[in-house]
Design a protein around this ligand. Structure first.
Ligand SMILES: [Zn+2]
Length: 271
């Protein structure tokens, strides 16, 4: 039996399955990685995008951020088959939550696409209205007003920046900030605590396309393993958590995830 086959056997609707995704999940969609060879930080300075710069020079910050946004999402083709496989497993009740280090909003887009394709009126297996997606570093496709907290779609705001309306402001007069965690800014405590408890409660923890180097994501597989979960790592490169994993699958996420989804469905049909 292959690793993925035995993993699929452990994933049924009674087990708590938590997925964590990183840059490797979105790279096949055309989202460039930040670090490493050819990464975004070879072409941009991290210092342009700190929270301190946003506070002291919001106009300059937003002009640079527009360039970064074009670099990040200019070639993005939408969710890929790995996003869709995960969204399908989540919708069908096999995956309970998706925690992501990515800020591209592609899990949300995949969840929408999958539910639109499902039969009209078909209920989600978990009975909730929306997919459980925890964005550990925020979402770059949204902005948030620093004064009233209102969140809105980022595209029209970037449009305004392109037309020299800087810094872009909310109707309350407050300045908009990209709804992501900037350098020098606190991580979203509530989302992280939720991700940590999910990792502890999980029976199966899937780390997908993450190098598992950046905190807080890096410690989630350890938390899961410490409470006895089966930990599976799907990514092309080795990670610091490979030693504690029960399954290490060195495959591209766009090959492994659709297969895992198929195998899980087959298992549940048999049982
Ligand atoms: Zn406001």
């Amino acid at each position: 039996m292959s690793d993925l086959e035995s993993l699929a056997e452990e994933i049924d609707r009674d087990s708590t399955v938590v997925a964590l995704t990183g840059a490797g999940t979105s790279a096949p969609s055309g989202v460039p990685t930040f670090r490493g060879d050819g990464g975004v930080w070879e072409r941009f300075e991290e210092g342009q995008f700190t929270y301190g710069r946003f506070r002291s020079d919001p106009g300059g910050f937003w002009r640079d951020r527009l360039e970064l946004q074009r670099e990040l999402f200019g070639d993005v083709s939408g969710p890929n088959v790995a996003h869709e496989a995960l969204a399908t497993m989540e919708r069908d009740g096999f995956v309970d939550a998706i925690c992501t280090q990515n800020t591209d909003g592609l899990h949300e887009a995949a969840a929408r696409a999958v539910s639109e394709r499902a039969n009209a009126g078909a209920k989600r297996k978990d009975g909730t209205a929306e997919a459980t997606i925890l964005e550990l570093h925020g979402n770059a496709k949204r902005v948030r007003c620093v004064d009233c907290g209102r969140r809105t779609d980022a595209d029209p705001v970037f449009e305004r920046v392109a037309n020299d309306d800087v810094p872009p402001r909310c109707s309350c007069g407050g300045i908009y900030k990209p709804d992501v965690v900037l350098f020098g800014e606190q991580l979203p405590e509530a989302a992280i605590q939720r991700a940590q408890s999910l990792a502890r409660e999980s029976d199966v923890f899937l780390a997908i396309g993450s190098s598992l180097v950046v905190e807080p994501a890096a410690s989630l597989p350890r938390l899961a393993a410490s409470t006895g979960a089966t930990v599976a790592i799907v990514t092309l490169e080795s990670t610091p958590c490979d030693g504690l994993a029960d399954v290490v699958c060195r495959e591209d996420v766009t090959d492994a995830l659709p297969r895992l989804n198929e195998l899980t469905i087959d298992d549940s049909d048999r049982s």
